[in-house]
Write a protein that binds this ligand. Sequence first.
Ligand code: AR6
Ligand code: MG
Length: 307
Amino acid sequence: MQTHHARICGAILAAALGDAFGAPYEGGIIEQLLWRILGRRRGKRCWTDDTQMSVDVIESLLTCNKMDQDDLAQRFASSYRWSRGYGPGAAKLLRRIRKGEHWSIANQAVYVNGSLGNGGAMRAAPVGLFYGAGDDKKLVQAVRSATLVTHAHPVGLDGAVVIGLTVALVCRDYPVQEIMKRLRLHIQTMDMHNRLAIAERFFHAEHPVAPKQIAQELGNGIRAQDSCVTACYIGLALRKAPFVDMLTYTREVGGDTDTIGAMAGAIWGAACGYQYLPEELLNQLEHRRYLEKLAYRFAEAIVQRQE
Ligand code: AR6
Ligand code: MG
């Protein structure tokens, strides 16, 4: 049985590992070649926008002690660096905020209905952890608020709810069936409901589902409906397997491997706790000590808040 503290630290560090070790396999040959140059710094594995934006969320929650959209928008905009591999729409949006445009205008300036990318979901885990002890409604509201800053499309918002709520429920050891039931209560789009129905069928399957089939039926792309339930399935289905098996499985699912790895990693880490993460991989992670200290501080704040 893991302590709550270890689960929170586990979720954050496992997400960063999933991101950094998934990134070299994302995209086509050109993206992979580019990441060979950008993805290593002083012998360490770099993380991408997934971890950067999660760090921004954590710093914001620690400073404001609540979800504050304006604070979050400023942090996202000032941390933005193209070399972290942000989505093209997100990059434009963040540059607009940096120039002074309010996030509530910028989030519908690139796509009229807002972005349906998985960029809101990839940073939803810390929000789920922070609001994890309250009722689901408050948690979902906070996740939607945090996501809206950059991803206003209903599918982008639903993707974040899938990840934020799953991470929080896994932290409390809820069984898969109950997690699926609760997700269904808070998901608003048919796209996401349909994916959840497929995942539920897979959870009932007698044999483990092959990664290729997951990619075909749940998706592996950068749109939220093509990756969030995929990550939810991977994190839950492999939560009793070693972390490296989860990484290998994610790589075999393919597609947006860094973000699926980050989201599945957060779920795996919330289930298993920090001490089950392989030291060998942590040692190769960029800014490992900084991330560990931040996760530790975040876990302390959450545990105190929930006492
Ligand atoms: N209509 C059509 N296409 C869309 C729409 C829309 N409303 N919204 C998004 N797309 P973006 P992200 C498509 O740029 O979600 C990085 O690698 C469009 O092709 O908002 O922050 C991250 O790590 C757009 O370029 O980025 C993630 O893995 C794409 O979805 C990933 O990219 C992504 O939306 C997504 O990050
Ligand atoms: Mg990424």
